[in-house]
Ligand binder design. Sequence first.
Ligand code: FES
Length: 108
Amino acid sequence: MSYYKHHLFFCLNQREPGQDCCANQGAQAAFDHCKQAVKAAGLAGPGGVRVNKAGCLDRCAGGPVAVVYPEAVWYTFVDNADIDEIVESHLKNGRPVERLQLPPTVGR
Ligand code: FES
């Protein structure tokens, strides 16, 4: 059994002015909201969920992006309601949110 049931990484990368990056798309606010929502749901910690910051995940064209392991499900999102849905459906109930998944062809 893995140490965490689900391990999330949010890209918070900031690029030079004029370049696309997750930091310019609300990534920090989404990360903060996700941390709080996971904690409020009682999912945080060993055997549960860990939410971590990450640098560029090299899928910037779909930003902001986050990935959930061990399933390797990639998400993009626009607001706190999207994050809440990921927490409730995927992290709590084990059902990945299809409508928020990043298309496999999206790269940098
Ligand atoms: S800046 Fe977020 S994936 Fe590259």
